[in-house]
Ligand binder design. Structure first.
Ligand code: ZN
Ligand code: ZN
Length: 265
């Protein structure tokens, strides 16, 4: 159980530090630089706070919703290579928008700029990306390693999950923990990312999810390696169905030549 106490302390530190951050009233929008004209807890102008366009593509994997440039990487059931090979442990994935432009800047402001109240706005948007008819037994945020949480003061996935859970009349539950720190995923290839996070997550002791439907919440999905590692842990604890909901997902289509589709999962 090493890590439980530091984890709790990290949470407490976050609660104490955050209100001090909110007392800073900048006079210009932190996205576009326009003067704000009023004190606000979210230093972003009204036009930058409009919901961005949802992610659109002509071709999506039917299971993980990865966008593709053409139909080539998808099989008859519409699944991409990773889903076909069973390399994804989750059953479905939903996302509000593409991780670029204004949405990316808003996420950075929220995550690294310490603008916690943005979590409410962003969480409400992402809840809209879920089909209405879905239901879940548990809503689970992707955990941060306690050291990273201490540095940031909060876990962004947890704040987003609060808004999402509200839509289902539930509370988010921190059922997962990170059992080891992992290298930052940015810059790693897909298989290196998978190796980096494999086995990094466990459910908390004594948790049984036997036969349950679980919604895993995170801010950004890049290759889905973290989501897969979390989903695997949830399924080991008995979960029957795991869906992943992220605010944004990296759209890697522009990086891929159209003919490389088959490797482009
Ligand atoms: Zn603005
Ligand atoms: Zn897929």
């Amino acid at each position: 159980m090493a890590g439980a106490l530091p984890q709790r302390l990290a949470g407490i530190a976050g609660e104490i530090v955050a209100p001090l951050v909110w007392l800073v009233f900048p006079d210009e929008c932190r996205i576009c630089g326009e003067p704000l004209g009023k004190a606000t807890r979210i230093p972003v102008c009204g036009s930058c706070l409009r919901p961005p366009e949802p992610l659109s593509a002509d071709y999506f994997c039917a299971c993980c919703r990865t966008p593709f440039l053409n139909r080539a990487p998808l099989d008859e059931q519409g699944r991409c290579r990773l889903c076909r090979l069973g390399l994804r442990a989750f059953d479905a994935a939903y996302s509000w928008g593409a991780y670029e432009g204004r949405l990316r800047e808003l996420i950075h402001l929220f995550k690294y700029g310490g603008v916690r109240p943005l979590g409410k706005v962003l969480g409400e948007w992402m809840a809209l990306a879920m089909p209405r008819e879905l239901s879940f037994d548990r809503i689970v945020p992707t955990p941060l390693h306690w050291r990273r949480r201490l540095r940031r003061g909060f876990n962004q996935a947890e704040l987003l999950a609060r808004q999402v859970a509200r839509r289902f009349g539930k509370k988010p539950e921190g059922l997962l923990r990170r059992v080891r720190a992992t290298a930052v995923q940015a810059g790693l290839s897909h298989s290196a990312r998978r190796a980096n996070v494999a086995g990094a997550f466990r459910t908390r002791k004594g948790i049984s999810l036997e036969g349950q439907r679980v919604l895993l919440v995170d801010d950004v999905m890049t290759t889905g390696a973290t989501a897969t590692a979390c989903a695997r842990a949830l399924k080991q604890a008995g979960a029957r169905y795991v869906a992943v909901l992220t605010l944004a997902r990296a759209d890697r289509r522009p990086l891929l030549p159209a003919t490389a589709g088959k490797e482009a999962a």
